[in-house]
Design a protein around this ligand. Structure first.
Ligand code: NAD
Ligand code: LMR
Length: 328
């Protein structure tokens, strides 16, 4: 094996997303089949979750993954994040039936202050952070603000599940292959206010907007279906999406690390003021990735309908930001 192993910290490692995520990271699906990995797994310092984590690690051992060089269990972020090159912040309370994600702010916000500080203190100076735990955008914002010595651009929030959900709905509507959809994006917050935007999307070079040509379907079927998919899954399964969330986390990190070959993907990233989104707002944008860096797709026309949608999701994020100001 020629590549140097990279350290990957995962929080909430004994949770349901953790269970769908760790095996795929260890098998090389996230960073490539030639990249050895070290897993640093964090769970709350409570007997039950720590015991469950040991069980998950026994199963990972039993897979004998050739790329897995080392694996450690932690109950303190200061040891879990030590020298981490990648950190997937999954651990936090999921919402139950009938709850809105905003209600999670109070319970989960404090976790991300502490974890941001720990990343700031001990992680690699290049650590790339993905926040999955909800409300993901604002938790990522909290972690970023709590880690002033790390590059703000290295803190990201997961909008990829929304992107993938939108792609799947479009494939179903058009009868085309999901793999052929390009230039799709989801603007804003990982919440029902998100704006999934297929105005620029193409399939085999043809315009998706022209293929569908139905603004009524866009506004009244597509957007609510994508925006409320998380709740629909909670309703159907009795617990929140797990395998699809883990899959989106793998997609997000893989594309960030290994590049997208010019293809657009959606990442929640701190705004640099693009598209009138105030600087530092953790916002879903269309990006391309190359050499381990993402770049916002700029110069897209924002029509009146889109601007209205973007304003709604931005206002929600600003409200969340105001709600956590006391934590920062
Ligand atoms: P889960 O309850 O099955 O697992 C969460 C785990 O995190 C638990 O084992 C818990 O002990 C652990 N945990 C809690 N606080 C922690 C802390 N401070 N440090 C380390 N570990 C901690 O939940 P889940 O289904 O795996 O979901 C995890 C989070 O991901 C939830 O907030 C959920 O809403 C969110 N989620 C986000 C998306 C997205 O698209 N962004 C999608 C699905 C789920
Ligand atoms: C999802 O979108 O599936 C997750 O954010 C879980 C949730 O609470 O909706």
């Amino acid at each position: 094996m020629s590549k140097k192993p990279v350290r990957i910290a995962v929080t909430g490692a004994a949770g349901q997303i953790g269970y769908a995520l760790l095996f795929r990271i260890a098998s090389g699906e996230m960073l490539g089949k030639d990249q050895p990995v070290i897993l640093q797994l964090l769970e709350v310092p409570v007997e039950g979750p720590q015991k469950a984590l040991k069980g998950v690690m026994m199963e990972i051992d039993d897979c004998a993954f050739p790329l897995l060089v080392e694996m450690t269990a932690h109950s303190d972020p200061m040891t879990a994040f030590k020298d981490a090159d990648y950190a997937l912040l999954v651990g936090s309370r999921p919402r139950g039936p009938g709850m809105e994600r905003a209600e999670l702010l109070a319970v989960n916000g404090a976790i991300f202050t502490a974890q941001g500080k720990a990343l700031n203190a001990v992680a690699s100076r290049d650590v790339r952070v993905l926040v999955v735990g909800n409300p993901a955008n604002t938790n990522a914002y909290i972690a970023m603000k709590s880690a002033p010595d790390l590059p703000a651009k290295n803190f990201t929030a997961m909008l990829r599940l929304d992107h993938n959900r939108a792609a799947s709905q479009i494939a179903a509507k058009t009868g085309k292959a999901v793999a052929d959809i390009e230039k799709l994006t989801v603007w804003g917050n990982h919440s029902p206010t998100m704006y999934a935007d297929y105005r620029f999307a193409t399939i085999g070079g043809e315009s998706v907007a022209q293929m569908i040509n139905d603004q009524e379907w866009n506004a009244n079927v597509f957007l609510p279906t994508v925006g409320k998919r998380g709740a629909a899954i909670i309703e159907a399964r009795g617990s929140s999406s797990a395998a699809s969330a883990a899959n989106a986390a793998i997609d997000h990190m893989r594309d960030w690390a290994l590049g997208t070959n010019g293809k657009w993907v959606t990442m929640g990233i701190p705004s640099g003021g693009e598209y009138g989104i105030p600087a530092e707002t953790m916002f879903g944008f269309p990006v391309t990735c190359e050499n381990g860096e993402y770049k916002i797709v700029e110069g897209l026309e924002i029509d009146a309908f889109s601007q209205e949608r973007i304003n709604i999701t931005l206002a929600e994020l600003e409200g969340e930001k105001a709600g956590v100001a006391h934590l920062l």
